[in-house]
Design a protein around this ligand. Structure first.
Ligand code: COS
Length: 383
């Protein structure tokens, strides 16, 4: 379908597509197998001037929004969701600074992220705080001119690879969610170290690691926003970022559909290519319809978010649920179309199916997203 992209938007798609075809697709199976971080590809994305798509021009970025980054992420995800996740998580780590950071912090960190010189990560999740985001235990205590952080963050994407970490910690436990604040922690800060690197089902090219804060001392001015504003910054960050996860689902579903159609045209059984059988055609038709419907919803939600930053939650959660559920279904069906071959590592669809599952889990499970949509409906309607 024609989405009537501007010349600039089409350029983002074309450049991202070229990186995907030339740099991502040739190495994706190997990086997945070796669980290796895609440093060279992240560098290539920066060299193509795409690292700062979503960062304002005054901080060295391209000045785009959620829609623009979605256009690039969709193409990267057609190649590899693990690699695309590394890029998406970089933006997730930068959003708290963009949303709530002081002018000084923005000037200090955003240009380096926009140029690709530095990479960011977002640290919310803890062993006992996942869906219940306000249940975090990590603390930050003021000691003279420094904050002292203690605690452990878990499953942090880009952990160990990023240089700049947006971290939420409790500064006043008595105030509940209003007692959490956000900070920038740099990789070289004293008392900050990395724990174990996780071994995952899918997105194995991305790094997922523990962060350990053991009397980690950071200068006082590294707080993002006001004391107590951390939970709201986190919620707004996730609202802004979730279309980026949704679009990974769209790119992935499209890639799985492409593989399935090509295979169905080549594979001959009972004397005909299997695409001639209605059973296969209907499967492919549903995959195509669902993928296009997901694309429409994500594009529109991202545009809505860019135009209405005060009203992001429902659109963001809706598109995240829909597109990632579609990605799961379409990748499972692609494996089905390829049959025994689809189950083998010789074809890319088994990896696509493994990669799809995390999309329904990270940046808020699809059950949490349905809660957000349900609560929005409850507020919007009167009995
Ligand atoms: N934007 C702005 N403010 C928000 C918000 C949003 N999207 N969502 C919640 N808030 C505010 C609420 O208005 C409330 O403010 P008050 O203290 O003034 O009442 C405060 O934040 C707490 O909200 P709530 O009571 O709804 O929080 P809960 O503890 O019940 O948490 C949600 C519910 C859905 C917000 C939370 O469980 C959630 O998002 N979980 C998923 C977290 C996640 O994505 N984890 C994975 C991280 S991987 S990167």
């Amino acid at each position: 379908m024609d989405y009537f992209l501007t010349e600039e938007q089409q350029m983002i798609v074309d450049v991202a597509r070229q990186i995907t075809e030339e740099k991502i697709i040739p190495v994706r199976a190997e990086l997945d197998e070796k669980e290796e971080f895609p440093s060279a590809i992240i560098k290539a994305i920066a060299q193509a001037d795409l690292a700062g798509i979503y960062i304002a021009e005054e901080y060295g970025g391209y000045g785009g929004g959620s829609f623009d980054i979605c256009l690039a992420l969709e193409q990267f995800a057609r190649g590899c969701v693990g690699i695309a996740t590394s890029f998406a998580a970089n933006a997730l780590g930068a959003y708290p600074l963009i949303i709530s950071g002081s002018e000084e912090l923005k000037r200090k960190y955003l240009p380096a992220i926009a140029s690709g010189e530095k990479m960011a990560a977002f640290a919310l999740t803890e062993p006992n705080a996942g869906s219940d985001a306000s249940g975090i235990q990590t603390t930050a205590v003021l000691d003279g001119d420094h904050w002292v952080l203690n605690g452990t963050k878990q499953w942090i994407t880009n952990g160990g690879e990023a240089n700049i970490y947006s971290v939420i910690a409790i500064t006043d436990r008595a105030k509940g969610p209003r007692g959490a604040s956000m900070f920038v922690v740099e990789d070289a800060d004293p008392g900050f170290s990395y724990g174990q690197k996780e071994k995952k089902l899918g997105i194995r090219a991305s790094s997922t690691r523990e962060l350990i804060f053991n009397d980690c001392r950071i200068p006082k001015d590294r707080m993002i926003g006001r004391p107590g504003s951390g939970f709201i910054t986190v919620m707004k960050t996730l609202d802004k970022s979730r279309p980026g996860i949704a679009i990974l689902g769209v790119g992935l579903a499209q890639a799985a559909l492409d593989e399935a159609v090509v295979y169905a045209k080549q594979r001959v059984q009972f004397g005909k290519p299997i695409i001639a059988f209605q059973a296969v055609q209907h499967l492919l038709a549903d995959m195509a319809i669902q993928t296009e419907a997901a694309r429409c919803l994500v594009y529109q939600a991202a545009k809505h978010i860019d135009a209405h930053p005060e009203d992001m939650s429902k659109a963001s959660s809706m598109c995240k649920v829909f597109a990632t559920d579609v990605a799961m279904k379409v990748t499972v069906d692609a494996v089905q179309v390829l049959g025994g071959y689809g189950y083998m590592r010789d074809y890319p669809v088994e990896k696509m199916m493994r990669d799809a599952k995390i999309l329904q889990i990270y940046e808020g499970t699809n059950q949490i997203q349905r809660n957000v949509v349900g609560q929005a409906l409850n507020k919007e309607y009167t009995a």
